[in-house]
Design a protein around this ligand. Structure first.
Ligand SMILES: *[C@@H]1O[C@H](CO)[C@@H](O)[C@H](O)[C@H]1NC(C)=O
Ligand SMILES: *[C@@H]1O[C@H](CO)[C@@H](O)[C@H](O)[C@H]1NC(C)=O
Ligand SMILES: *[C@@H]1O[C@H](CO)[C@@H](O)[C@H](O)[C@H]1NC(C)=O
Length: 438
């Protein structure tokens, strides 16, 4: 019986002979399979540097197949030489993950062989923060690779030096393991446009280094923990999931610069304090939720907003005149709600006069009248008032539908005075005497 030590050189000889076979013609399926395994082996093995070794006999002709005992395979793995111990540590993690990938349309994982992990497609190395002379997998960019895998568990959470993980537009599924909480350097996590399910990945709560969290376009559901809004994030993208929760009261204290909540099932009303949260935001996207109640006049104080979109919710009440204060707004969408009342000239001439407005969508509500000065905006294609209840206008709701809406008892908005209140100076002069002071 051969000892392990006598098997070792044999496997080395087999390997080098297979390497040489690479240059020969493949004559049979059997040989092709040998060649395949040699390619894999070569990738994991330090290439023999010495051209002086005599070519050993071709294994397909004279050598027996490699011994079946596990000892005959282990040396090949042991022969891998890594540039750094940290790369050796993540090698089995990556290979295990690779074995779970069920679809790879761009043939990405074909490059995930051998010890040179830093050349794998999608993997990037750098020195980790705790050791400037070490080399580690510091970032992953799988964006758009279209990979399918049932889970990232055991992969993402076992890359201890990862700082950036970008994997948008793949088909990764499952939930996000709570073990990611232990990744000390992770500061950007983008798993958008995948197939993740389950509750909000609470592991990210309290990850003090995390600045960018993008989980949009998945199927996460349930509540969003309010703590996430006061964490030190710069960007939080939650849109296009199944989150069903009230807008949290502490949203007012968020420091997040980029926040999207659209296309979920956020319920409840928009608190007046929200303007504090959004005051630095340029895009306020609350569209396609299930928000109810009236629009507080404080939305007019979002004076950095270029896009303000609360379309397709269940908001109601008159339109606050304070919207005229959105002096940077280009896109203002209140469509697909249950707003009613009259669109005042002030808004049309005010917003229109600023010259930024390109799209004011009020379609699909129950407005019954419109100021004369609004006609210019309609003619210019800026203002869309279709699907309302404005007599004599084209493309309005059937009279019957409007009658039914107005026959039903309607909730009265709180602070009635606030609907004509204009909190910004250039316009408050215009309506002097109209708006009561709060
Ligand atoms: C995938 O890549 C490997 C290595 O680059 C190559 O040998 C193989 O033919 C490729 N397969 C497909 C389906 O493109
Ligand atoms: C830093 O990394 C280098 C390269 O891996 C290693 O040789 C060295 O021991 C490490 N230093 C510390 C303090 O861990
Ligand atoms: C205006 O905005 C609405 C709502 O976002 C959108 O559906 C519509 O296509 C836009 N119109 C134009 C002309 O861009």
């Amino acid at each position: 019986m051969r000892s392990i030590s006598s098997l070792l050189p044999l496997s080395l000889i087999l390997l080098s002979s297979l390497l040489i076979l690479n240059t020969l013609a493949i004559n049979s399926l059997h040989e092709a399979q040998h060649l395949q395994s040699s390619r894999r082996s070569r990738g994991r093995t330090k290439s023999p540097k010495s051209p002086l070794l005599p070519p050993p006999p071709s294994p397909s002709l004279t050598s027996p197949p490699p011994p079946p005992s596990p000892a005959g395979r282990n040396p090949q793995i042991n022969l891998l030489t890594f540039a750094d111990a940290r790369l050796a540590t993540v090698y089995p993690v990556i290979q295990k993950f690779k074995s779970t990938i069920t679809s790879d349309p761009l043939n990405i994982t074909a490059s995930w062989v051998g010890s040179d992990i830093c050349t794998y497609r999608g993997f990037f190395c750098d020195s980790p923060p705790d050791n400037a002379s070490a080399t580690a997998v510091a970032s992953i960019d799988f964006n758009g690779f279209g990979l399918s895998a049932p889970s990232l568990d055991g992969f993402l959470d076992r890359l201890p030096d990862i700082a950036l993980f970008h994997a948008n537009s793949n088909f990764f599924a499952g939930t996000i393991s709570s073990a990611v909480a232990a990744l000390p350097y992770l500061y950007e996590l983008d798993i958008s446009n995948n197939l993740f399910t389950g509750p909000f990945p609470t592991a990210v709560l309290g990850m003090t280094g995390l600045t960018f969290l993008d989980i949009r376009f998945n199927s996460f559901s349930g509540a969003v923990p309010p703590q996430i809004f006061v964490q030190n994030l710069e960007a939080l993208f939650l849109n296009d999931n199944q989150f069903m929760t009230n807008l949290p009261p502490n949203l007012a204290n968020t420091r997040i610069l980029y926040l999207t909540l659209a296309n979920n099932k956020f319920t409840g009303s928009i608190p007046g304090s929200i303007f504090k949260a959004f005051v630095s935001l340029t895009e306020v996207l609350l569209l396609n939720n299930q928000l109810t109640g009236c629009l507080p006049y404080e939305v007019g104080m979002l004076n950095g907003a270029v896009v303000f979109d609360v379309g397709s919710n269940r908001l109601t009440g008159p339109i606050p005149w304070s919207l005229v204060c959105l002096e940077k707004v280009e896109q203002l969408n209140l469509g697909g709600n249950q707003f009613y009342g009259i669109l005042p000239d002030l808004l049309c001439s005010g917003l229109g006069g600023l010259g930024n407005l390109v799209n004011l969508t009020l379609s699909g509500n129950y407005f019954t009248g419109v100021g004369r000065l609004c006609m210019d905006l309609i003619m210019n294609g800026v203002l869309d008032l279709t699907g309302n209840c404005i007599p004599g206008f084209p493309f309005q709701r059937p009279v019957q539908e409007c009658a039914e809406f107005f026959a039903k008892p309607r909730m009265l908005c709180p602070r009635p005075w606030s609907y004509t209140y204009v909190p910004c100076t250039p316009f408050s002069g215009l309506i002097h005497g109209l708006a009561p002071t709060p």
